[in-house]
Design a protein around this ligand. Structure first.
Ligand code: UT7
Length: 317
């Protein structure tokens, strides 16, 4: 027993920030951002927290699944941009929903959606849960250094959610972690202890773009190929690859290296930017509502990012 996806939801804040808007803040251009990243615009929160966006995505997913909030046994959420360390984003969403179920967060940055699915598969396997809400919710505009043109052009805010129920459609996943803060780092406020001697690093996203890029392409290719090999499948058996939306050029490279057409990848980074843990559930919700997903379709969901961590799972719709 693992689970099946019963419904999907997403929420993005109404304010749209275009590349032209960003080029008024830092020395960049629409041309550079489109060519190097593939983003035209992103949604940015003006007054909503990560948890509030996650709550709205959760409501959409509940409605889409036909599951009542009282039926949910557990909320599992991820965010690298929640407003507090405690309460966790999942606890805040539980509070907003007005339910009493168990709630916890998983911290695996941009790969967190797949880490959450694997975690929750264990709860289903042990018969501990029947219905679960899985949510990625990000207000990355809070942790972006708006003076750093190397990062502020990439990220966006938003939330995606899925409702899971008992079933056998989560087939397998692979994970890789290469721990360290040298390539991607989002430091917290280190405190004001008079005894601690290290310097505070700015509490924003620090990213070595090219190293991240190489890690991403290598991870997508390796993780997708491993899953297919382990299950005696080929890319022809896969309806869609729904990757973490970090940079369109990462997908261009992966598609060339894997020798599969780019149409096999679902891409929406042009409109949302990189929304970290929310990007895959947002993509799934769009595909679901467009009628692109059919019962029995096999999907590959590869993700990669801070940690460094990468993950990919094989899911039957
Ligand atoms: O979800 C978490 C995972 N994150 C990712 O997957 C991100 C992966 N990496 C990337 O997406 C890309 O590496 C970036 C978009 C971050 C950067 O693109 P790049 O092609 O690797 O550029 P670069 O860092 O090698 O910089 C090339 C040039 C530099 O100028 P010089 O030194 O050649 O004069 C940068 O200063 O581009 C410059 N540059 C910019 N120019 C205009 C960097 N950012 C910008 C910008 N506008 N926004």
């Amino acid at each position: 027993m693992s689970f099946s996806v019963l419904g999907t939801g997403m929420y993005v804040p109404p304010k749209v920030v275009t590349n032209e808007d960003i080029s008024k803040l830092v020395d960049t251009s629409d041309e550079w951002i489109v060519q190097r990243v593939g983003v035209k615009e992103r949604h940015i929160s003006t007054n909503e927290t990560a948890a509030e966006m996650g709550y709205k995505a959760a409501l959409e997913a509940l409605e889409n699944s036909g599951v009542a909030k009282e039926e949910i046994d557990m909320i599992i959420a991820a965010s690298v941009s929640g407003e507090s360390i405690s309460p966790s984003v999942s606890c805040m969403i539980q509070n907003l929903l007005g339910v009493k179920c168990m709630a916890m967060d998983v911290n695996a940055a941009c790969s967190a959606f797949v880490f959450m699915l694997e975690t929750i598969a264990g709860y289903f396997a042990r018969g501990k849960v029947k219905k679960v809400l899985v949510i990625g919710a990000e207000r990355l505009s809070r942790v972006v250094d708006w003076d750093d043109r190397g990062t502020c052009v990439i990220f966006g805010d938003g939330a995606g959610a899925v409702v899971l129920g008992e079933g056998d459609n989560y087939i397998d996943a692979v994970f890789h972690v290469r721990g360290g803060s040298d390539i991607i780092d989002i430091p917290q406020f280190i405190g004001k202890s008079p005894f601690f001697e290290k310097e505070q690093k700015k509490p924003y996203i620090h990213m070595r773009g090219q190293e991240t890029f190489k890690f991403a392409v290598k991870s997508i290719c390796r993780d997708c190929k491993t899953l297919l090999k382990n299950h005696d499948l080929t890319f022809d058996d896969i309806a869609y690859i729904v990757p973490h939306q970090a940079n369109k050029r990462i997908i261009d490279f992966a598609s060339v290296m894997l020798k599969i057409p780019e149409e096999k990848f679902y891409l929406n980074i042009e409109r949302f930017g990189n929304t970290s843990s929310a990007s895959i559930p947002i993509a799934l919700d769009e595909m679901n509502r467009k009628g692109m997903l059919h019962k029995g379709d096999l999907l590959l969901l590869p993700a990669f990012g801070g940690g460094l961590a990468s993950a990919a799972c094989l899911l039957r719709w």
